[in-house]
Ligand binder design. Structure first.
Ligand SMILES: Nc1nc2c(c(=O)[nH]1)N[C@H]1C(S)=C(S)[C@@H](COP(=O)(O)OP(=O)(O)OC[C@H]3O[C@@H](n4cnc5c(=O)[nH]c(N)nc54)[C@H](O)[C@@H]3O)O[C@H]1N2
Ligand SMILES: Nc1nc2c(c(=O)[nH]1)N[C@H]1C(S)=C(S)[C@@H](COP(=O)(O)OP(=O)(O)OC[C@H]3O[C@@H](n4cnc5c(=O)[nH]c(N)nc54)[C@H](O)[C@@H]3O)O[C@H]1N2
Ligand SMILES: [Mo]
Length: 758
């Protein structure tokens, strides 16, 4: 594996002492209190709190410390003793703060008071909750219903999220886009189309039984590090791991378990990937087609020899449709085309394909490397094709595993945060709350951003998140955001979206899930849903960062009371006093998923709300699992051209989305800066550049708009030719809002067409 070490300065393996050092650095950075360490011991355990970082499942049989490096950073960052009080604004105007880095904004600490923007002074000033709610109500009441958007980022628990969706519908629209519109919406749409499930099909026990894992564009070492524990176990029992990723990600190369004293003391590494395929960005459709070719050829061989079939014929006949057309595409596609479009050799694809054929049970894992492309939907459907060939869905130890982002991003969709009306049991809402829910589909993120740019969106409510910084065409977005009548941001920390206040603008500071949430009937717990559709209760114990904070649920209720006409069925005060009443409502709205909700919410590992595809019940139009014939071999919407590169926007292991904890990306050997662009040595030479040189990236989207990001230092990295990489969110000025997945409108952040200007 030595040739897989991309950079001598990069730290290997993943985990290990570097992980502890990295936590310790953030710990020191947050002005720690000893209570923080006690808190880490409660993370992801029954009657503890559920991590505020990613949505990786919480195992039934948890470790003494069931958190990872990044979960610990997220916890410490919420518990920081730094405070961004109203006094902060005595020294800073909003205009001045626009020159600050994301890291420095969030580093001011937890927000402590509700704030109102004072345009005259260009500052936020302290306000009261009552004043804020009343002013917001006054703006929203007369506005056209379709001109208001209710965004959420996947932080808030199921209870607040259910009420937030109810607020939007009672107000009169389905404008409920969510962070997953930039993320796994491709999954919600494309996976649903072919297997009738908008979410992954596996559960924890499947991880323990799989013979092989195929990773496509998901980076567990950085983004879901607790995944490395079951992977390490899997390797120990002889399972194989194959990775498709243009970037060599250390967590997929080798791992030392920081939770194992023996591993730590001996430095014993577990090698992770048996085959690491450096596919070029956007090349997965061809690569997977190649894998399918290996399977079909092996099956032809078996038929000729009269040995056991390689294809799962019984499964294909009983459970699928479209097999023949798909297989004819597999047969017709030449290896030369597959090699050209994937950037891989036939030999390597054959080695990976052999692993697939030899494994009885396979899990296909994927993340943003598949979803964030112009043909992201086809990427996912190709992976499903591969799994279906050998019946690897709906069977023990096998299945499809999209790894979700925010801790409750999947759950928010489950309880009604959705812009698509067909996903919502509107009749139930009508029966429960006695109003006529709006019948028109609402806006996705792309629709909302375009609506903003066209001046059609007048007010934006954000339940968490940093949307201005997270979307494509960020510069235009900043201006459009500020041109609205109203922005309301429910936040824990200061971020760039706050710095483009509308005519009226409010920041409403909320409790973190780690903090005590005292209401009329006592300390409240909340629930979240993980990537494996398990629902777990979470209890906050820490004293709130400020006595002026409200819970997200209380803020939603406060907004609702100020905005909506009175309705005796909408008992916001009672719900705020006792969250179990909201769980009852969720159970009545979704009885199958949430049976005995209040009684089961503290089951170890969470309770399973079930998944039809897991049982081989296919809720597709055809009532079968569907093979998709690919209409193209790459996931791009542009052709290659001289000087045009495919830019991958990447995350470091020192950030959570737009929250930048620090400037250390130790797995990639990048320290002290994020202003870099990674290129292969061949590309650097061919472009006449040299390492260390400063360049600008310029959009090559072809719509005539100038988009550029100057000041990036060229770094050599082991990458496929033509694929370059730089950090998200900094690169968001380069992407175009019209560059998105064809089916789901997920922005295509993983192969942005760019040029390089020296
Ligand atoms: N520490 C930390 N954890 C996080 C987050 C964070 O920012 N920091 N964010 C959270 C969120 S919201 C999400 S959605 C998830 C995201 O987690 P991931 O899904 O892992 O997302 P990324 O890191 O954006 O990209 C994943 C991988 O795709 C690869 N890739 C890029 N283009 C291609 C391609 O064309 N093909 C293939 N096969 N691979 C490609 C990249 O090199 C990268 O390794 O993580 C969550 N967890
Ligand atoms: N180029 C490029 N763009 C991308 C991506 C990419 O890979 N490349 N990834 C996309 C993806 S996958 C996603 S999910 C989006 C992320 O987009 P968002 O979800 O909008 O952004 P976050 O950075 O997660 O939001 C951080 C802010 O949330 C607030 N916050 C934190 N915790 C809480 C809480 O508990 N409650 C509340 N109410 N607020 C809280 C804080 O104020 C913090 O500043 O970005 C997308 N954009
Ligand atoms: Mo995400």
């Amino acid at each position: 594996m030595a040739d897989q070490i991309p950079n001598p300065k990069a730290e290997r393996p993943a985990g290990g002492w570097g992980s502890l050092k990295s936590i310790a650095r953030i710990y020191g950075d947050t002005s720690p209190t000893p209570a923080m360490l006690e808190e880490l011991a409660r993370q992801n355990k029954p009657k503890g709190f559920m991590c505020v970082s990613c949505a990786w499942p919480k195992p039934k049989n948890y470790h003494p410390f069931e958190f990872c490096e990044n979960g610990a950073k997220a916890t410490l960052s919420d518990l920081t003793s730094a405070r961004c009080t109203p006094d902060f604004w005595n020294d800073h105007t909003v205009a001045e703060l626009r020159d600050w880095k994301d890291h420095d904004l969030e580093h001011t600490g937890r927000l402590t008071h509700p704030l109102r923007y004072d345009a005259g002074a260009d500052r936020y000033v302290e306000t009261t909750w009552d004043e804020a709610f009343t002013a917001i109500g006054k703006v929203l009441k007369p506005l056209l219903r379709e001109s208001v958007v209710f965004y959420s980022s996947g932080h808030a628990g199921l209870e607040a999220s259910y009420l937030y969706a109810l607020l939007a519908r009672a107000y009169g629209n389905n404008n409920l886009p969510q962070s997953s519109n930039m993320c796994h919406e491709t999954t919600s749409v494309a996976l649903n189309q072919v297997i009738g499930s908008p979410v992954g099909t596996i559960v924890w026990e499947d991880l323990e039984k799989a013979d092989a894992f195929f990773f496509f564009g998901q980076n567990p070492g950085t983004n879901s590090p607790r995944f490395l524990h079951p992977l390490q176990e899997a390797k120990k029992r002889g399972a194989k791991i194959v990775t498709f990723n243009p970037v060599i990600e250390q967590g997929l190369v080798s791992f030392v378990n920081p939770q194992s004293p023996v591993d730590m003391l001996t430095g014993r590494e577990t090698a992770i990937s048996d085959e690491y395929c450096q596919v070029q960005a956007g090349g997965d459709i061809a690569a997977i087609l190649g894998l399918c070719k290996v399977v079909v050829e092996a099956d032809d061989g078996a038929v000729a020899e009269g040995s056991a079939r390689v294809l799962d014929i019984a499964f294909i006949e009983e459970h699928t449709t479209g097999f023949d057309t798909f297989v004819s595409a597999v047969r017709e596609t030449a290896w030369a085309d597959i090699e050209r479009e994937s950037g891989l050799t036939e030999a390597q694809i054959r080695r990976a394909g052999d692993i697939y054929v030899q494994a009885e049970r396979v899990i296909g894992v994927y993340g943003m490397g598949l979803t964030q492309h112009s043909q992201g939907s086809l990427n996912i459907q190709m992976l499903v094709n591969l799994l279906l060939l050998r019946g690897n869905i709906g069977r023990e130890g096998a299945g499809c595993c999209p790894v979700r982002g925010h801790s409750n991003v999947q759950g928010q969709r489950t309880v009604g945060i959705a812009e698509k009306t067909k996903l919502i049991p509107m009749d139930k809402l009508k029966a429960l709350f006695d109003f006529d829910p709006p019948t028109e589909d609402g806006m996705t993120i792309v629709d909302a951003v375009k609506g903003l740019m066209a001046g059609k969106v007048k007010a934006f409510i954000s339940l968490g998140g940093n949307l201005v910084r997270a979307v494509p065409d960020q510069k235009e977005m900043e201006a459009a955001w500020a041109a609205q009548d109203l922005t309301v941001m429910v936040s824990t920390k200061l971020n760039r979206s706050h710095l483009f206040p509308a005519k009226q603008a409010f920041i409403l500071p909320c409790l973190s899930r780690l903090e005590r949430d005292d209401q009329e009937t006592g300390n409240q717990s909340v629930t979240t849903e993980d990537s494996f559709s398990h629902i777990s209760g979470s209890i906050g114990k820490r004293p709130p960062a400020s006595k002026h904070l409200k819970s997200e649920l209380a803020i939603v209720a406060g907004l609702a009371k100020a905005v909506l006409e009175p309705n005796p069925r909408l008992t916001w005060d009672a719900w705020t006093g006792d969250y179990s009443l909201v769980r009852d409502l969720i159970e009545r709205t979704y009885p199958k998923d949430f049976k005995d909700y209040n009684a089961r919410m503290f089951e170890p590992g969470g309770f399973y709300r079930g998944n039809n595809a897991h049982e081989r019940i296919w809720n597709t139009e055809q009532k079968k699992a569907v093979f998709t014939r690919p209409h193209r071999l790459n996931a791009l919407s542009f052709e290659d051209a001289d000087g045009r590169y495919r830019l991958v926007t990447m995350r470091s292991n020192d950030q959570f989305n737009t929250t930048i904890y620090g400037y250390s990306d130790r797995f990639r050997g990048i320290e002290g800066t994020r202003d870099i662009v990674l290129m292969s040595e061949g590309d650097i030479a061919a472009a006449g550049l040299r390492e260390g040189q400063k360049v600008a990236l310029v959009s090559d989207f072809g719509d005539g708009k100038r988009r550029s990001l100057p000041g990036l230092e060229v770094r050599a990295h082991k990458l496929p030719r033509g694929t370059i990489a730089a950090y998200y969110p900094e690169c968001n000025v380069l992407n175009a809002i019209d560059h998105h997945d064809a089916l789901s409108k997920t922005p295509a952040s993983k192969a942005i067409p760019v040029r390089i200007e020296a």
